[in-house]
Design a binder for this molecule. Sequence first.
Ligand code: URA
Length: 207
Amino acid sequence: METIVLDHPLASALLTQMRDRATDNPGFRSALRQLTQMLVYEALRDAPLETFDVDTPVATTTGYRLASPPLLVPVLRAGLGMVEKASSLIPQSRVGFVGIARDEKTHQPTPYMESLPDDLAGYPVYVLDPMLATGGSMVHTIELLVQRGADDVTAICVVAAPEGVETLGAAGLPVRLIAAAVDEGLNENAYIVPGLGDAGDRQFGPR
Ligand code: URA
């Protein structure tokens, strides 16, 4: 699986703000939005463009737009904090939703909602989830997309655990991964170490 880890001083500083337990909910959401912008830039680096004529006040010249804007799929609830920035960068994008809760005892993903277009053949899809921990939620989400014909999926995450990267790579799905960091590993509660805690709680407060 192609795996791209963002290598940029600003990304390191924003990630540090998110890791810091002293960062409050608004500060965490703000850093997540800014980091999402950088991750989406990276995801779009080689995106195909189409050309059209654009009139400047002076002359007609060649304009560019994305040939195929992606479907954005935030995984609820933690992915919610990434979707507004991603869709403002790519205003033509559509948005689908997948809801997956984590069983705190078994650490297994428990799907509770999906709202996705029926036909995704030939359509790039960006799955937005800040944390790639065991990889279970991401694999489940991408399987839903592949059932609808998707064959070009990008998982956009802030922090990944090596275990999640391994699971996602071994699943044989048409996916590449873009993350801001690959951390040390998972603890006994399947939290990423050092990680940043529960990305949903850090954005929205504890349930
Ligand atoms: N989900 C989170 O929000 N944090 C982790 O560390 C692992 C899964």
